[in-house]
Design a protein around this ligand. Sequence first.
Ligand code: ATP
Ligand code: MG
Length: 375
Amino acid sequence: MKNPFTIGIAKEEKFCDRKEEIRNLKNFIQNGQNVVIYSPRRFGKTSLVKMVLKELEKKDKNFIGIYADLFPVSSYQDFIEIFSKAIIQSIGKEVDKSFFQKIKNLFKNIVPSFTVKPDGSFSISISINPSTSLETLLSDLFTGLEKYVKKNDLKACIVLDEFQEITTLKESKKIEGLLRNFIQEQEDISYIFVGSRRKLLVDMFTDKKRPFYKSSFLYPLKKIEKSEFVKCIISSFKRTEKVCSKSTAEEIYDLVDGYPYYVQKLSSIIWDLTDKKVTEKIVENALKTLIKMESIDFESIWINLNKSEKIVLKMITIYPEISPFSKEFLEKSKLSIGGIQKAISSLIKKDLIEKEDNLYLLTDPVMKHWIRGIF
Ligand SMILES: Nc1ncnc2c1ncn2[C@@H]1O[C@H](COP(=O)(O)OP(=O)(O)OP(=O)(O)O)[C@@H](O)[C@H]1O
Ligand SMILES: [Mg+2]
């Protein structure tokens, strides 16, 4: 029997709940509204948007979903390449005559070429003349896309995953401005901007001086609800002929604060250790294994923090109920108010902590176990 849990994109029966989010996003798309989806890392953004596009494509023959992952961009040429590849890939799921007809003359300066693999799938490479300007390429891309959508009477949704990465490019200011102009003019195309580096992403849409200011609906993605995730955990074990009781499934969820990636990972380790029925001892051992597995990442984050950041992070973990600006925190940490403030804003920027009500919490629940374990 195969392990029913995954640390990759959740699909099909591995995809749990998100009914409300799916409904909301479908509405936005159908109304041609642009959305920004953000959350900490590994919360399920990519799984969710892919599921939404898939459902819309299944239901409506005139809908085209285009998904581009901008995580690897390091130049504007990369951006053009990834975006145009994503468009071409969505237009044709397989290479045949009609496909070539469809993409013939789609772009002027962006030239695709194909390699067909033995299994019928294909890979695309894009060539662009390196001396073509950014303006010309972007215009080529957006005009081509718009023409295609209009000519075929389609509705389209473009997902730009890890969209904040464009801010790391040399030409980012120019790209932001140009993109905003093109996007604003497209009526039949809605955009979903996705990202986990929340400050970078949200700043793009909330800073008055930036081109994307107030151009899109902000949609923070929450965790998956406990009762729904617990049902999924139980049924995944059942489907693979193992037993996990409701209380144990709840414990799995609670141990990692319902963080989707860790719920999957911890469940996966537990599944591997379980012969027939999940026991307390197995959960305990699995959690230890999980913390050990993640500790390499945590260590490298930790060594890159300065002394006050380390103190504040440790204090927030051990005394989550004490406000960092209280007298008690000041005394215990032996830092100045200014020092604490600086450390807090830096830890937020690094997505390591978040503010909830008037307190601060660690974003990563397993990091919390890890810090508690070393102090
Ligand atoms: N609806 C879901 N049901 C069950 N598990 C999910 C769901 N969505 C995501 N997950 C799990 O959460 C983890 C992260 O998923 P995903 O890659 O979609 O998140 P993300 O927010 O895009 O992550 P990143 O910030 O790394 O891009 C994976 O282990 C995935 O299996
Ligand atoms: Mg993702």
